[in-house]
Design a protein around this ligand. Sequence first.
Ligand code: ADP
Length: 282
Amino acid sequence: MTDTAQTGSHANPRIDAELQNVAPSKLEVRGVCKHFKAFGTGEKVVALEDISLKVDEGQFVCLVGPSGCGKSTLLNLVAGLDKPDCGELLIDGEPITQPGRDRMMMFQEHALFPWLDVFGNVMFGLKLKPGLTDKERKEVAKFYIRLVGLDDFRHAAIHELSGGMRQRVALARALAPNPRVLLMDEPFGALDALTRENLYVDLQKIWSTRRKTILFVTHNIREAVCLGDRVVLFSPHPGKIREEFAVDLPRPRDINDTALASLSAKITSALKQHLGKKEASE
Ligand code: ADP
């Protein structure tokens, strides 16, 4: 990541205006529930029960819990990809009824287009962006590719990249339309520890300059404490919020920091308690 990537300076004021960070949004989830029918048996699965959560503008909130506790379901509802069975979800006070460019999603599986190169993938998110010429979109794409540290790989094919680099492309693609909210579903879950550590460092740097409201799903408590302002604990069957922890550690944070490890241990033990005898997976 370079400093010029963060500040940007172009002869074209329209590009400079586009690269200005938009104000992050406030999210509110009020009494939300969501049911599914289980595959095969058809039994009712309560994915989410009475979920209420407020996320302030620009906050980084991590949703933590074992598989099946409804974290991804909640992210999908905030993304507008699905609708709740009860309750409501609001963005800046307005009901969420459909997906929008104000909320971009990033997944564990990089979900990139293998037939496009790095540049093509980042351009894809900008295709329908109104008010920019194709040439201007290209400048915007270059800016975000530089921001995630892939300037030298702009024309690399996706299959030539490591897992970490692919997630950097996915991050650039999600950031390029300049969303107000970033929804991240275990984005680093498939990466090795060292690659993840590098991404924690860079994601913190990027978030400090391109401030977004972030909802970040993970089952890795240490990762949540390293990144989040708040860690929200979920438990499954039914998917419920059990407890919440504020993370008041100074930034940037190092995943190997002892204070971070000690808060992670406290949260892990709380999760184990909530899960009863079940193993807390981290
Ligand atoms: P998490 O992200 O915490 O692992 P999910 O939100 O993916 O949890 O799932 C919560 C529960 O809802 C799980 O029991 C899962 O099997 C169920 N579920 C999620 N999506 C569907 C679906 N489309 N159809 C049926 N069941 C689903």
